[in-house]
Design a protein around this ligand. Structure first.
Ligand SMILES: NC(=O)c1ccc[n+]([C@@H]2O[C@H](COP(=O)([O-])OP(=O)(O)OC[C@H]3O[C@@H](n4cnc5c(N)ncnc54)[C@H](OP(=O)(O)O)[C@@H]3O)[C@@H](O)[C@H]2O)c1
Length: 315
């Protein structure tokens, strides 16, 4: 596995050269223009235009640790390296055990809070507005910050009670963006209802190369309504790795600069036009280098996306 900063394969460069030679001007900031310039790929948050890199870090499960030095060391290395690579987005939640505390302590220790786009969630609103507010105040304390960049209602818990609170907190500058998450298909219709009625900045949904239900309703609606979409569970907690093991990625995928199955799954994920960024669970420095390489070079087009999905479906 190579972790080098290889931006474009020779074939990519030729393809881009051909596109330019054929008279197609590359749109400034388009993904192709970014790839051609060797830049980290980013997409804009529709409600503001602020750009975030396509690959972030999810902190569920693996950041829920007892904080012994042995457990902390790899997480510290991940978070230390992340902003230096150009990374920004870290997603956590008060329900991920000690993850908020671990992230808050490490961001403070490393002095990198201002370089991070920090996202967390609120779930206690299911017990009412005051419980939700108490949990949000607790998140700021655990994350050791005056504001979070994104606060999302976790799995639609107490949405009607919490939306007015999120609007107030955004107005007050305690959060910069707000949204709603779900990874439960039975909640998709309800989430769609809020996407139609509320000026959400973000949604977060489960979406992976072998889990494409969000493409039917939520992702087109996000595009139509100008809502950023983050993808939870982009590896389906590791299903793609289980299916392919040590088999090399096919040559036609390698031509897109894809060297590993993680990059295969992630490039598929973030090449959907509605997806703003993916947040793979990343608790090891070698995973960070691997995953983050999916935010470089060209992304698959629609036909290649289908070829990728078919390969996984038939594995
Ligand atoms: N409702 C919600 O809002 C909701 C629900 C679920 C998740 N989420 C968000 O989505 C994030 C991701 O979910 P997740 O971590 O459960 O699942 P995931 O990202 O689909 O998969 C993570 C798994 O992939 C493995 N992995 C990561 N990078 C790898 C690489 N480069 N090569 C090989 N294996 C790799 C990890 O292995 P190890 O086991 O070795 O670490 C981990 O087990 C969460 O952290 C959370 O932020 C949100």
């Amino acid at each position: 596995m190579s972790h080098g900063n290889r931006f474009l394969t020779r074939r990519d460069a030729l393809k881009l050269g051909l596109a330019a030679g054929a008279g197609f001007a590359l749109q400034p900031h388009s993904l192709l223009a970014q790839a051609a310039a060797g830049e980290l790929l980013s997409k804009p948050i529709p409600s503001s235009g602020e750009r975030i890199p396509l690959i972030g870090i999810g902190t569920a499960r693996r950041y829920d640790i007892a904080s012994t030095e042995a457990e902390l060391a790899p997480l510290r290395e991940v978070l230390r390296a992340f902003p230096g690579m150009g990374g920004k987005l870290i997603d956590t939640a008060p329900s991920y055990g000690s993850a908020e505390t671990v992230v808050g302590n490490l961001l403070e220790e490393l002095g990198i809070r201002d370089e991070i786009f920090l996202a967390t969630k609120v779930g206690a609103g299911r017990q009412g507005r005051e419980a939700g507010i108490a949990e949000m105040e607790g998140s700021l304390q655990r994350l050791k910050t005056e504001h979070v960049d994104l606060l999302e209602i976790h799995n639609l818990a107490g949405t009607a009670d919490m939306l007015p609170v999120l609007r107030e907190w955004k107005q007050a500058g305690r959060i910069r963006y707000y949204g709603i998450t779900t990874t439960n298909k039975e909640q998709y219709e309800a989430l769609a209802g809020f996407m139609r009625s509320e000026p959400l900045d973000f949604i977060q949904v489960d979406y992976a190369i072998d889990n494409r239900s969000a493409e039917d309703l939520l992702l087109p609606l996000a595009q139509e309504r100008g809502i950023a979409a983050l993808t939870a569970l982009p590896f389906g907690r590791g299903r793609v790795f289980d299916a392919f093991g040590d088999t090399p990625v096919p040559e036609w995928a390698a031509e897109l600069g894809i060297e590993t199955w993680a990059q295969f799954a992630l490039k598929f994920n973030v090449s959907h036009p509605a997806i703003t960024a993916a947040i793979p669970g990343t608790a090891r420095p070698e995973y960070l280098a691997d995953n983050f390489n999916a935010s470089r070079g060209v992304l698959p087009d629609a036909a290649t996306r289908e070829r990728m999905a078919a390969l996984v479906a038939n594995a």
